[in-house]
Design a protein around this ligand. Structure first.
Ligand code: CAO
Length: 415
């Protein structure tokens, strides 16, 4: 059985994280992803946060698996000519340079369309059209401007960024969906189109429940927030610590070993339907007969006390014992898993969500595999390419250059 995107050729002009996550995903699905990099330096992340001297960083290797690398100076005359031939030979072009960079190379969208009317041209930028459209943006800027930071953190504390790269990898996912949608549309229309994703939009899309709460605020306090009933609500959605964003109250509680293990915690959700079982499990059957506790409405102003009681019980158990006891009772809960635990988890290895690959210079390393599983076209996660590893074969096979032309291009520094 072939790969789902076999036969789709992608001109990958991406760097850092947002764009590369998108093209890596498409490569896992079988697309031929040709990563274009500047001769000599390549993607800046090759050299960032290095753990081994002179070896491509994990930052780079974990974002660029299954791709081919060609070096090309797209600002030289010969480089521009080769670039135009690559545009002609590819189905999709993806880029996430600063606003206007591809235009400055001499390849505005109109020219790309002229060269290849079937081209799907996909871009990530920090912001959409508007006052900030020319700004350069990294992950945390997107989190701050997209509503995530203002709604994340301790109740009275600073705005907080999250470790999940929702601006970068989140927007990469959006872009990948835009690309396959445009490819599907091309089947019917015969024409490519532009796909643009702004990181601010992507973060806001993921913060939808907070925009929901902003509108609810106009009609009274947010009763599931820890500020209720004792604290004050201002004009904007406040930070809510670890409160659940949904209709069922939840919180993080300590488990056995928390004094020394920074991850000995679990999340517990007091879903109304299984509150009976939860109360029994923690030894508070008395709540079930008491009108002060036995309805969700009665508990709502006292959620801090509910979770304090739950915590007295969870502190006598490890986070995994809590999971083992509460899951059969249909009480939704989840241990706080450290990166060490996730890296070692056998079930994630078995499903290909965490994969070990071999690299000619670094040796074995772990990478996050494809989180999207297709039944007929499973992903094989491979290593990232060395800088320019495939330059000659791409110039020969994709661009159609002969050995003399390749040598001349190399001589003048175009590749
Ligand atoms: N040959 C010749 N020149 C090349 C080249 C190549 N193969 N590849 C890149 N370049 C040039 C670009 O044309 C650009 O030149 P100009 O500034 O003269 O137009 C230059 O390299 C650098 O591009 P850049 O401005 O994008 O790079 P930067 O490091 O200054 O900025 C970033 C990085 C990420 C802030 C910016 O690219 C950006 O805002 N991108 C959009 C948002 C985004 O994706 N952010 C996510 C980053 S991950 O956290």
């Amino acid at each position: 059985m072939g790969k789902a995107l076999e036969g789709i050729r992608i001109l990958d002009m991406t760097h850092v994280q947002s764009g590369p996550t998108c093209t890596q995903l498409l490569a896992w699905f079988g697309a031929d992803v040709i990563k274009v990099e500047r001769p000599g330096t390549g993607d800046a992340t090759r050299g960032q946060l290095r753990d081994i001297p002179d070896v491509d960083s994990l930052y780079f290797t974990m974002l660029n698996g299954n791709k081919r690398s060609v070096t090309l100076n797209t600002k030289s005359d010969k480089g521009k000519e080769i670039f135009a031939r690559l545009i002609k030979a590819c189905d999709v072009m993806v880029e996430n340079f600063a606003p206007g960079a591809i235009d400055r190379m001499g390849f505005p969208w109109e020219k790309i369309q002229e060269i290849n009317p079937r081209m799907v041209y996909a871009s990530v930028k920090g912001f959409g059209p508007g006052p900030y459209e020319d700004c350069k943006v990294y992950e945390n800027v997107a989190q701050c401007t997209g509503g995530s930071a203002s709604t994340t953190g301790e109740l009275e504390g600073f705005p907080m960024v999250t470790g999940a790269q929702i601006g970068d990898s989140g927007t990469g996912l959006n872009l990948a969906l835009g690309i396959v949608t445009a490819l599907l549309h091309r089947e019917r229309s015969g024409r490519g189109q532009r796909v643009t994703c702004a990181m601010q939009d992507g973060v806001l899309n993921l913060c939808r429940v907070k925009l929901r709460d902003q509108q609810r605020l106009a009609h009274g306090p947010l009763k599931e927030y820890p500020q209720y009933p004792h604290g004050e609500f201002g004009a904007a959605v406040p930070r809510a610590g670890n409160a659940s964003g949904g209709g069922q109250p939840g919180w993080i509680v300590r488990c056995k070993g928390w004094e020394t293990d920074p991850d000995a915690y679990t999340y517990v959700i007091t879903q109304a339907a299984s509150f009976h079982a939860l109360a029994k499990a923690i030894g508070r059957e008395d709540w079930l007969e008491d009108p002060e506790w036995n309805t969700p409405e009665a508990r709502l102003p006292k959620l801090d006390q509910v979770f304090a009681e739950i915590e007295k019980w969870t502190m006598t158990k490890t986070k995994f014992e809590v999971m083992d006891i509460l899951n059969p009772l249909n009480v939704p809960c989840g241990p706080i898993l450290s990166m060490q635990e996730l890296a070692e988890e056998p079930s994630l290895r078995a499903t290909g969500t965490v994969v070990e690959v071999d690299h000619p210079e670094r040796g074995k390393y772990l990478t996050v595999g494809n989180p999207i599983k297709l039944s007929d076209s499973p992903s094989e996660v491979g290593r990232s390419p060395l800088l320019g590893e495939h330059t000659d074969e791409i110039l020969r096979e994709v661009v159609g250059m002969d050995e003399d032309e390749i040598a001349a291009a190399r001589e003048e520094g175009a590749v």
